[in-house]
Design a protein around this ligand. Structure first.
Ligand SMILES: Cc1cc2nc3c(=O)[nH]c(=O)nc-3n(C[C@H](O)[C@H](O)[C@H](O)COP(=O)(O)O)c2cc1C
Length: 153
C-alpha cells in the first residue's frame, strides 16, 4: 500500500481545478494499492508528510512566489519532520495568470531541505484553467500514483 498526499491552496478556484483533476487521474487507476489524502495547505501538517510516500503540491503564483498558505505549510512542517523523511518524491502544479516561474523557483529552493525530490517537471497552467490543463494535471496525478505503486519513485 502506497500513500499519496495532495496539498493545495486556491483562492479563486483555478488551482483547485488542477488539484481535483490530478486526484481524479490518480483515483482512476483503481487497480493500484494506493491511498490518496487530499488536503488544503492550511489543514496539512507534519503527520501527513510522515504518512506520505509521495506528494503532489499545487499553488497559485502570487506576487512572483508561491501562495502564502503554501509557504505557511512549509514553515509549519520543516523543523517538525527534519531528519525523519526519506527523500520524498514530489511533483508540483502552478496556476498563474501569465508567468508561474517565480512560484516554481520558490518551491524548488525550499524542498531540498526536507528532502523532497522532484520526479516530474512542474506543470504551469497559465491563464484560465482549460480542459487541456485539467488533462495535464490528471496525467501528472496518474503518473505519480503509478510510479509510486510500481516502486519507480
Ligand atoms: C495577490 C495576487 C498576486 C498574483 N501574482 C501573480 C504573479 O506574480 N504572476 C502571475 O502569473 N499571476 C499572478 N496572480 C494571478 C494568479 O496566480 C492566478 O489568478 C491564479 O490562477 C489564481 O489561482 P487560484 O484561483 O487557485 O487562487 C496573482 C493573483 C493574486 C490574487
Amino acid at each position: 500500500m502506497k500513500n499519496l498526499l495532495m496539498v493545495h491552496h486556491s483562492q479563486t478556484g483555478n488551482t483547485e481545478q488542477l488539484a481535483k483533476a490530478a486526484r481524479q487521474g490518480a483515483a482512476e487507476l483503481a487497480e493500484l494499492d494506493l491511498q490518496i489524502r487530499y488536503l488544503v495547505a492550511a489543514a496539512a501538517g507534519p503527520d501527513d508528510l510522515r504518512w506520505a510516500h509521495g506528494l503532489l503540491l499545487a499553488t497559485p503564483e502570487n506576487f512572483g512566489y508561491m501562495a502564502g498558505a503554501m509557504k505557511d505549510f512549509f514553515d509549519r512542517t520543516f523543523y517538525a519532520v527534519e531528519g525523519e523523511l526519506n527523500p520524498l518524491p514530489y511533483a508540483l502544479m502552478i496556476s498563474a495568470s501569465n508567468d508561474g516561474t517565480g512560484a516554481v523557483q520558490a518551491v524548488e529552493r525550499i524542498v531540498g531541505g526536507y528532502p523532497l525530490v522532484a520526479v516530474q517537471p512542474p506543470l504551469i497552467a497559465r491563464g484560465p484553467v482549460t480542459s487541456e490543463h485539467r488533462q495535464q494535471a490528471a496525467v501528472l496525478g496518474a503518473t505519480l500514483a503509478a510510479g509510486l505503486d510500481a516502486g519507480i519513485y
